[in-house]
Design a protein around this ligand. Structure first.
Ligand code: PLP
Length: 459
């Protein structure tokens, strides 16, 4: 209903205006001109429709975030009901609103096993990371250890685009144009079994080598200068890198040994994607701080959240010292975003989406093994509903397919032709579907990917 063909502005006028006025993230504007963006006009469940009316399977949940699927009536209803009462009022200083309060309580209940104590709201993942970094520095000042200012992270880690996040990002591509970065940020080796400086293919031994690398770096920098270590439970934008199950417990132990705060960047892994309510739980670890966004309300309204545990919260509650968080966003605790999150999290729990991600993700993992039959596929990996296919020029040398490579571009175009939106990051094809994906949706994804690889013609 209400889906009549768009007449004004015309499709051509929209394309033209997009090319003329809109600056797109993460793409050279000349490339966007040469290959005009797909204009998505509507969506439902695991599908989206472009402006010409063609339907696509959304194998990436838009940007790893539309976890409960598009167009959910429960979320729309919650947003509209909230809109009728109060769209927005600031939560600075001493004003608040019911959906933000309800969401805080809900989050503390969900993350009780991690002993989370309080939450700070913002407008997205980069905000959530920036808030985590700033809160950890303030924590150390409140604890009387003002010298603890440095951050350590993983090579290939992705922590958003603000200056702190970009400085701890482990991929220089996100940093280079904006340097100088924040001083005092250091990266250690990543537990990436397919590629690492030791050529260590045993994931457990590699986890130990990387945890040792973290320890050496903390000791070398001086433990009393290190504020926090930040990492993703499964690295997303870095290429869906799944560490061995021993890695996070080893990292927790190293952080504990030197008093360093552990920040889990749960922006992709939060709320079910790798089979547990948070990625840290999937690895059996409780972090000190968690940065969350995306799946918190499946992207219906922008929202970020930074959760802190008892240890961190207690520094702000010492009766003898004032400790205001001199940090906040106009849209911290936005009522519509929080109302959407409350409805979204009710769905995540009622439909056991973490369990579903595990089950359907297991099936996806099995089906993806089929792609190892192509000589140009070097590695296939994933956990839950996060997966990657890594393309190489030569399987023996593991030389990555050059970026940009015509094969990859043809693959994306052919997948679209066949009716699926897929994402490519460097030489990897990334899958991160809505958590409501079915086995039949996995089968359709696999069918389309085979067809697209054949059509792209480099097998
Ligand atoms: N951290 C991680 C792990 C992410 O994957 C992302 C975005 O993809 C961010 C932070 C930044 O989030 P946002 O794009 O909402 O600012």
């Amino acid at each position: 209903q209400g889906m009549e063909a768009r007449t004004s502005p015309t499709v051509e006028a929209l394309r033209e205006a997009n090319a003329r006025h809109k600056l797109h993230p993460m793409i050279d504007p000349k490339a966007a001109l040469a290959n005009p963006p797909l204009i998505v006009e509507r969506a439902d469940g695991v599908h989206v429709w472009d402006i010409d009316g063609k339907r696509y399977l959304d194998t990436v949940a838009s940007l790893w975030n539309v976890n409960v699927g598009h167009n959910r009536p429960e979320i729309k209803k919650a947003i509209v009901e909230q809109l009728d009462r109060l769209a927005y009022y600031s939560t600075f200083q001493n004003t608040s609103n019911p959906p933000a309060i309800e969401l805080s309580a809900r989050l503390m209940k969900i993350f009780a096993p991690e002993k989370m104590k309080q939450v700070f709201f913002s407008s997205g993942g980069s905000d959530a990371v920036e808030s985590a970094l700033k809160i950890s520095r303030q924590y150390w000042k409140l604890e009387g250890q003002a010298g603890r200012t440095k951050f350590i992270s993983l090579q290939l880690g992705y922590h958003g685009v603000h200056i702190g996040g970009a400085s701890v990002n482990g991929n220089p591509a996100f940093r280079a144009a904006y340097e100088p970065a924040l001083p005092g940020c250091f990266q250690v080796n990543c537990p990436y079994p397919y590629r690492n400086p030791w050529n260590e293919t045993d994931p457990a031994r590699l986890a130990r080598l990387c945890a040792d690398d973290l320890e050496r770096t903390i000791v070398y920098q001086g433990p009393d200068t290190v504020a926090a270590f930040i990492a993703e439970p499964v690295l997303g934008a870095g290429g869906v890198i799944v560490p061995h199950e021993s890695f996070w417990p080893l990292v927790r132990a190293v952080c504990d040994k030197y008093g360093v705060l552990l920040i889990s960047d749960e922006i992709v892994t939060g709320f079910g994607r790798i089979g547990a309510m948070c990625g840290a739980r999937a690895w059996g670890v409780a972090p000190d701080i968690m940065a969350m966004a995306k799946g918190i309300n499946s992207g219906y309204v922008p929202l970020g959240a930074t959760l802190i545990n008892e240890r961190v919260a207690s520094a702000f509650h010492k009766p003898e010292a004032p400790a205001a968080l001199m940090h906040g966003y106009t849209y911290s605790g936005h009522a519509l975003a929080c109302a959407a999150a409350n409805a979204n999290l009710a769905i995540v729990e009622a439909e056991d989406l973490p369990g579903r991600a595990l089950e359907v993700g297991g099936y996806l993992g099995e089906r993806l093994q089929e792609f190892m039959r192509y000589p140009n596929v070097g590695d296939v990996r994933g956990k839950g509903l996060m997966a990657a296919i890594e393309f190489v020029v030569d399987r023996e040398t593991k030389t990555p397919l050059a970026v940009p490579d015509p094969f990859i571009q043809k693959l994306v175009a052919a997948a679209r032709q066949e009716g699926a939106i897929v994402r490519v990051q460097g030489n990897r094809l990334i899958l991160s579907p809505p958590l409501v994906f079915s086995r039949a949706d996995v089968d359709e994804t696999v069918r389309i990917l085979h067809a697209a690889i054949d059509a792209a013609g480099r097998t």
